[in-house]
Design a binder for this molecule. Structure first.
Ligand code: RB5
Length: 143
């Protein structure tokens, strides 16, 4: 499973901590930036992640901005992207089981590191249920 991670300046610190944490667990996350605390625009970060996933370079992504809101709105403008803010442990599981989310989103200023890694672990271990959800996912992309 190839996993990429990216953040704007509001998520830079959480991104750095998550990369180090998962590296120690034996899971290398591909870092798509940003690479400093300097201010950047979250739509650019979301676009880099969307391209990475849609090109098949990564299977799943993690996106982080200050609240998780702007970067998820931006990511979800890309056809084929299903980015979900993991605002609770249940949401982390359901984002995979029901929505087949391909990007997990966190708020660097609204969530703790512990919440983020716990929820991402739940997200990773959950499986898409298919069935009735296929019909709904087919209706997501509007031309
Ligand atoms: C950047 O200051 C901030 O607006 C951004 O990280 C995010 O929270 C937007 O939704």
């Amino acid at each position: 499973m190839k996993i990429a991670i990216a953040a704007d300046h509001g998520g830079f610190e959480l991104k750095s901590r998550m990369i180090k944490y998962y590296e120690k667990q034996g899971l290398v996350l591909t870092d798509l930036g940003t690479y400093s605390q300097d201010s950047v625009d979250y739509p650019d970060i979301a676009a880099a992640m969307a391209k990475n996933i849609l090109d098949g370079a990564a299977d799943l992504g993690i996106l982080i901005c200050g609240t998780g809101i702007g970067i998820s709105i931006a990511a979800n403008r890309h056809k084929g992207i299903r980015a979900a803010i993991l605002y609770s442990d249940d949401a982390a599981r359901l984002a995979r089981e029901h929505n087949n989310a391909n990007i997990a989103v966190f708020g660097g200023r609204t969530m703790t590191f512990e919440e983020a890694v716990r929820r991402f672990d739940i997200f990773l271990s959950a499986k898409y249920e298919g069935g009735r959800h296929d019909r709904r996912l087919c209706k997501l992309d509007i031309d």
